[in-house]
Structures are given as C-alpha cells and as structure tokens.
Write a protein that binds this ligand. Structure first.
Ligand SMILES: [Zn+2]
Ligand SMILES: [Zn+2]
Length: 347
C-alpha cells in the first residue's frame, strides 16, 4: 500500500480530448489466477487515440492503458509461473497460453481470452488476469535503460513483429511498411531481424524517416495512396513488395498495402481497422495473402525479452517523450498532434 492508502493515480478518459489523472482504487486479486503489479512504466498507444479523438464512443469514464511493465506485488493462489518481486512484461489481452489456439501461437484469440483485461495500465497498480499465461518474467531486475525497450515489447514491438511475421518478411524479401507510427517503425526493426533484404518505409516526416533508417529501412517513400503504390512498384521492378506491413487501419492504408504487394505476396495487417471495407473483386484479383488482427504478442515475448536483454535490439528508441503519469494529458495531446511518436508514462 502506498501513502494514500487504498488509492493510486490512474489515467481516465472522460470523453473526447478529456484525459484526467484520477485517484482510483488500487486493484485487488479477484481470481486465484490473477496477479497485481506495481507498474514501473506504461505508455500511450496509437489505439488510445481513437477514443481520445471521439472515433470510438466513450459513454463512461474509461481507465486507459494496456501496455505495461512492472513488478509483481501479489499473486493469486493458483499462479505458478511468476512470483512476488519478479519484473514482468505483459501482453494486452490476457490468455491462458495452454489452449489449442494459444499453443498454435494465437494467444489474442485464446478460448479464455480477456480483451482489455489489462485495461487501466496507465496507473500505479494493475490487476492482470490469467497471470501465468499473460506475463513473462525477465531474467532479473532490468537496468533502467532497458525499461523502455521492455515496455515496447508489451505491444508496439510485439505487434510490429507479428506484422512482419504475418507478412512473411525474411531473407531475399522486399518489405514495404505502411504507417510510420511506433508499430510501423518497429515492424521495420522486426523485418530487419528476420533477415529482409530491402525495407521500404513509407513516411513523410524527417524525424520518423531517421528512426526508420536506424531500425533498418533501406528506402523511404514519401508519397501515399496511389502515388505511394506507384513508387513502391517503381522500386520493385513493377512487381510490388513481397511483404507489406499495414500499421494504420484506415481504408486508404489498407488498400495502399494490398496494392503495394505483388501477386503471391503477403500483407501483415495490424492497424486496428476503422471502417475498412475491402472491395471483393479487387481483393480477388490481387492474388495476395492477408493475415493480421490483434497481435499475439505473448507468442513473441520470450524471444523479444532475450533480444532486448542481450542488447541485440533497442526498440525503446521509439519513445521520444517521457512524462510522469500526472502529465498524461500532455502526452495524449503530443501523440494526437504527432509531435511525439510514442509517449512513456512513469508510474
Ligand atoms: Zn497498444
Ligand atoms: Zn488459450
């Protein structure tokens, strides 16, 4: 318990543009499979901007946040894989990691999944259901400079990684990346780690282009829509990319991704779909594979933690603004206005 007794600070969205830091009740164990974390750091997600902008209806004050790292404070009686004092990285859907769907690597579609179960992570404490299946402990307490990278693993890195895997990025492949937000940028990092030969980032912002290059982009395309597609075709002998990562979720970005991909190629789409409606005949004629959805981050966490722990990758570079949790509203504003790529909140 902290000095305020049963209360903690937590970020709550009251309506479009109305982010407040409230005193909320500290969560308690509910199920024997739960864990309570003392959150070390959380962050603001591109998907948090949809309700912030009013695109998703907000009918009641909503605790925000689903990306987190922290220290296990309490565990329920049935929790075996993590213990009090462990530093853990979690994923944004709770999953048992034991059902057939989880074992196939699709933990976000777990038969016991709890979407938004980790909602409210932008707070000092968090209840995580199905702790054994959802949380992964690091080998020890991380050095402070590793925390941003471990936090990135909980969503944006895991999601970018899944997009690259779904797009079948690999040796000999040309990968196009639609979207220069944190997920798109880390999709570049993932494609590079997976051995892609050429990685084309689509971005019109100098600071994001620079980060894209540092993560492994070999080419930058500043055009978007049909012009962007034409540019990708030009760069790929008229064929299109083998693998395309779609990390936005709009009609324009989805069609841009499909049209940028060669016949027989793969689109990995992870931008949360907002009013995307695919023209059937166009899709039929494109001959591309589509695979995506909410990323099963949990599948990749052990591998990603290893890569971060050994300092092989530095996805934490994607955070370009760090704020104390009290200043969450400024963080939302900065991401909304795209003056920040990704905001880390210190709990
Ligand atoms: Zn997220
Ligand atoms: Zn499962």
């Amino acid at each position: 318990m902290n000095e305020r007794g049963m209360h903690m600070r937590g970020v709550v969205l009251y309506g479009p543009g109305d982010v407040r830091v409230d005193e909320r009740e500290i969560p308690e164990l509910v199920e024997p499979t739960d864990a309570i974390l003392k959150v070390t750091a959380a962050c603001i997600c591109g998907s948090d901007l949809w309700p912030y902008r009013g695109a998703d209806a907000t009918s009641q004050p909503n605790p925000m946040g689903h990306e987190y790292v922290g220290v296990v404070e309490k565990v329920g009686a049935d929790v075996r894989n993590v213990k009090v004092g462990d530093f853990v990285v979690g994923s944004f859907f709770a999953s048992d990691n034991t059902c057939e769907i989880c074992l196939a690597g699709y933990q976000t579609h777990c038969v016991q999944r709890q979407p938004g179960a980790a909602t409210g992570a932008q707070a000092e404490y968090l209840r995580v259901p199905l702790a054994d299946g959802t949380l992964v402990a690091t080998p020890g307490m991380p050095d402070p400079d590793l925390i941003p990278s471990l936090l990135a693993a909980s969503d944006v890195l895991g999601t970018g990684w899944f997009a690259a895997v779904a797009a079948e990025a690999g040796p000999g492949k040309t990968v196009a990346v639609v979207g220069d937000g944190a997920v798109g940028l880390l999709g570049i990092l993932a494609a590079k780690q997976l051995g892609a030969e050429r990685i084309i980032a689509m971005s019109r912002h100098a600071d994001r282009q620079e980060l894209a290059r540092s993560f492994g982009a070999t080419d930058i395309v500043t055009e978007r829509g049909d012009e962007g597609v034409a540019r990708i075709k030009e760069l790929t002998g008229g064929l299109g990319a083998h693998s395309t990562i779609e990390a936005v979720g709009t009609q324009e970005s989805m069609l841009q991704a499909i049209h940028s991909t060669r016949a027989g190629g793969h689109v990995g789409y992870v931008g949360v779909s907002h009013d995307v409606s695919l023209p059937g005949l166009e899709l039929f004629m494109s001959g591309v594979h589509l695979h995506g959805g909410p990323a099963p981050v949990r599948r990749f966490l052990p591998q990603l933690i290893d890569l971060i722990w050994s300092r092989t990758i530095d996805p934490g570079k994607v955070f370009d603004l760090t704020l104390p949790i009290e200043e969450a509203a400024a963080g939302y504003k900065a991401m909304d206005e795209r003056t920040a790529i990704k905001v880390l909140l210190q709990a």
